[in-house]
Design a protein around this ligand. Structure first.
Ligand SMILES: Cc1ncc(COP(=O)(O)O)c(C=O)c1O
Length: 345
C-alpha cells in the first residue's frame, strides 16, 4: 500500500537517524533519564533551546505535535469560564474534536479562496478575535489542508491587536517545508506571554511513527507548564532518534526540495484539465479541486493500484483531494491515474 493520505514521509530517514536507531543501547531503557534532577525536561528540549534560542523551561516536548495541541486546548479551555476557541474555517478536523473533548465551543473565522490559493485575511482574524473574545485563537501556518501560511509580520500584527487574555496557538507542523528560518520564533514567544508555537518531527523530519512533537511558549505560563511536563522524563529511545533527526537538517532539506518536482508535475499535468484546479502548496501535500463526477471511479482506480489519497469531506471542500507529496515514481502513478480516469469516455 502506498500511503499518500496523511502527509507522511515516503523517503529515506537520514543516515544519522538510522545510525541512532541501530546503535541505541537497550540497557539505556532500564533507567529513567536523570536530566530532570538538573531541572531540565529532556536532552531534546535542551538541544531545541539552543537551536531556537528559547529558554529550556519554555520549550515543550510532547507525544507528537498533536499533544501540544491537546494539552494546551484541554488546559486553557477548562481554566475559567471562557470555553471558546476560534479556528480557521477550513482546517485540520482534529482541532474541533480536541475542543469538544472538554466541551469547548468552536467558532470559525473565514479563509478565502483566491486565484490558485487560499488566504487568511489578517484584519478579519483580528476583528473576529476582538468580537468573539475567545479563550484561544488557533492559527495554522501552513494550514492543513489549504496549504496557505502567515508571515511572522502578520503573526505580530495579530498578536498586537487582540486581547492579551486570548491564548494564541500556532500550529506550525508543516512550517519547515517553507523555510529553514527559525529566528522569528524567539522574538515572538519572548514578546507575547499568550503565545504557543507547536512543531513536530512528524512532517519535515519524516518521523511520524516516533511520536515527538515540541513547542515554545511565552513567559508567565508556569501553571500550564506544570500541567504539560512529565515528572519522570521522556522516552529515551525517542530522545536519541529525535536528536539525530535534529542534526540532519541537510538531508531533510534536500528531500523537501525534491517535492517541488511533484508540485510542478501536478500543475503541468492536471492544472489544465477541465474541472481541475491545483492550489499552491508550501507544505508536503497539495490540494486539488476535481470534478466530483469522477469520484467513485477515481476511488476505485486508486484502490486497484493500492494507493491511498485523501478525498476531502469537509464542508466547502467536498470537491477537493489532498495528496501527500511523495517520491517521483509514486506521484507519476497518481497523476497518470487521475488523468486516465478524468479523460475516460
Ligand atoms: C495540521 C497538523 N497539525 C499537527 C499534526 C500532528 O502530527 P503529529 O502528532 O504526528 O506531530 C498533523 C498531522 O497530520 C497536522 O496535519
Amino acid at each position: 500500500m502506498v500511503y499518500l493520505d496523511r502527509n507522511e514521509f515516503n523517503f529515506e530517514p537520514s543516515q544519522k537517524v538510522i545510525d541512532a536507531v541501530r546503535s541505541f543501547d537497550p540497557a539505556t531503557l532500564c533507567f529513567y533519564t536523570r536530566i530532570y534532577d538538573e531541572g531540565k525536561k529532556s536532552v531534546v528540549t535542551v538541544r531545541l533551546s539552543e537551536m531556537y534560542n528559547v529558554p529550556e523551561e519554555r520549550v515543550l516536548m510532547t507525544y507528537g505535535g498533536e499533544e501540544v495541541l491537546k494539552s494546551a486546548i484541554h488546559y486553557y479551555l477548562t481554566k475559567g469560564n471562557n470555553k471558546t476557541i476560534l479556528i480557521p474555517q477550513f482546517s485540520w478536523w482534529y482541532y474541533n474534536r480536541v475542543a469538544s473533548e472538554v466541551e469547548g465551543i468552536t467558532e470559525m473565522y473565514p479563509l478565502y479562496e483566491e486565484t490558485d490559493t487560499f488566504s487568511y485575511h489578517v484584519d478579519e482574524v483580528i476583528e473576529y478575535t476582538n468580537r468573539i473574545h475567545p479563550r484561544m485563537l488557533l492559527l495554522a501556518s501552513p494550514n492543513n489542508p489549504t496549504g496557505n501560511s502567515l508571515t511572522p509580520a502578520e503573526v505580530s500584527r495579530i498578536m498586537e491587536s487582540i486581547p492579551s487574555d486570548t491564548m494564541v496557538l500556532i500550529d506550525e507542523a508543516y512550517a519547515s517545508f517553507i523555510s529553514c528560518d527559525i529566528d522569528y520564533i524567539a522574538p515572538l514567544v519572548n514578546r507575547y506571554n499568550n503565545l504557543i508555537i507547536a512543531r513536530t518531527l512528524s512532517k519535515f523530519y519524516g518521523l511520524p511513527g516516533l511520536r515527538v512533537g515540541f513547542g515554545f511558549i511565552g513567559e508567565g505560563q508556569e501553571a500550564y507548564l506544570k500541567f504539560a511536563n512529565k515528572y519522570l522524563g521522556y522516552n529515551r529511545f525517542s530522545e536519541a532518534v529525535a536528536l539525530a533527526a535534529l542534526e540532519s537538517e541537510e538531508h531533510y532539506r534536500h528531500v523537501a526540495d525534491q517535492m517541488e518536482w511533484d508540485r510542478q508535475l501536478f500543475q503541468k499535468e492536471l492544472g489544465q484539465l477541465p474541472g481541475f484546479k491545483v492550489y499552491k502548496s508550501v507544505a508536503n501535500f497539495i490540494l486539488i479541486k476535481y470534478p466530483t463526477a469522477i469520484k467513485a471511479a477515481l476511488q476505485q482506480a486508486m484502490a486497484e493500484h493500492d494507493y491511498k489519497i485523501k478525498f476531502m469531506g469537509d464542508p466547502g471542500l467536498e470537491d477537493t483531494l489532498r495528496i501527500t507529496l511523495g517520491r517521483p515514481e509514486q506521484i507519476q502513478v497518481v497523476v497518470d491515474t487521475i488523468k486516465r480516469v478524468a479523460t475516460a469516455k
